[in-house]
Design a protein around this ligand. Structure first.
Ligand code: NI
Length: 178
């Protein structure tokens, strides 16, 4: 297993639209293991392949307290959305920043698992938020895109400055690090 580097906003590679996985093979399973290790170490509760500079539609989530319920979503598609909720979100690619984002309260998602089987999930609460957040990453979208232009610009400048100064990266509370 290997720890992968997480891209930090405003890295332009976070804007790429990830490509569907054509075959769930050992290479994809290795990617999943590395992404899971990276997510647990960060620590965060979700990670999309885009964030580790792999342009494939793969994401991992574990929102359990014990950190022992890894969920894998390959080629995920949101089939339906219901309701609205606002949650304080953070992101491993936007260290140290949290902000409220409005999303659907409940989503139904289909995705392949690590054996290539298709599954359907109906999720609410933090899992629903996390699924929408990670799926955005696969489409080149970051949660700061939902904030005002002014706030986004402030965050962009702050993170650029931190990267230039080579500061120790700020971390976000795991509870909201998606
Ligand atoms: Ni994120």
């Amino acid at each position: 297993m290997a720890l992968l580097d997480i891209l930090v906003y405003p890295d332009p590679r976070l804007r790429r639209k990830a490509l569907p996985v054509e075959c769930v093979d050992d290479e994809i399973r290795q990617l999943i293991r590395d992404m899971a290790e990276t997510m647990y170490q960060a620590p965060g509760i979700g990670l999309a392949a885009t964030q580790v500079n792999v342009s494939k539609r793969v994401m991992v989530i574990d929102h359990s307290d014990e950190r022992n319920e890894l969920q894998v979503f390959i080629n995920p598609v949101i089939r339906s959305r219901r309701g609205e909720t606002e949650t304080e979100e953070g992101c491993l690619s936007v260290p140290g920043i949290v902000a409220p984002v409005k999303r659907a309260e409940e989503v139904t998602v289909t995705a392949l698992d690590s054996e290539g089987r298709i599954n359907e999930y109906t999720a609410s609460g933090i899992l629903a938020v996390c699924l929408q957040h990670e799926l955005d990453h696969l489409d080149g979208k970051v949660f700061v895109d939902y904030l005002s232009r002014l706030k986004r610009e402030r965050i962009r400048k702050q993170l650029l400055k931190e990267s230039r100064n080579d500061n120790v990266a700020a971390t976000t509370d795991r509870a909201v690090a998606l």
